[in-house]
Design a protein around this ligand. Structure first.
Ligand SMILES: [Zn+2]
Length: 115
């Protein structure tokens, strides 16, 4: 039973990776997000919720939560650094922002010293 669950998890994660790579290729080919690339991401989200597997770092970082498009800098999103807070900001064309921390220990004490 445990082996079967591991197999299902492996297959689901492989399909998620494949769908995200297809969405990336489609977005690059079309120079923007179209309905097919968004559908790939929606199917990947459905697999994550149905099989209760982790979305993976790649999908969490690269898929927009607002419009289900794959974020590719220079194609459909802009990237800037919020260096004061230590994170990268990906801004999708739909207006949704994704903040990814790149500095580990920037607690409230350090922020208070800077102000
Ligand atoms: Zn978006």
């Amino acid at each position: 039973m445990i082996r079967n669950q591991e197999l299902v998890k492996d297959v689901a994660e492989g399909r998620i990776r494949r769908l995200i790579s297809l969405a990336k290729a489609r977005t690059l080919q079309q120079r923007g997000s179209d309905a097919l690339s968004k559908k790939y991401v929606q199917i990947a989200h459905n697999i994550v919720s149905h099989y209760k597997v982790s979305a993976g770092r790649e999908m969490k970082r690269e898929a927009c939560a607002g419009c289900d498009s794959v974020l590719i800098p220079g194609v459909n999103c802009s990237v800037r650094l919020a260096s004061q807070y230590g994170y990268i900001v990906y801004r999708c064309r739909c207006g949704e922002e994704k903040h990814i921390r790149y500095r580990e220990s920037l607690g409230p004490k350090l922020l208070q010293k800077k102000v």
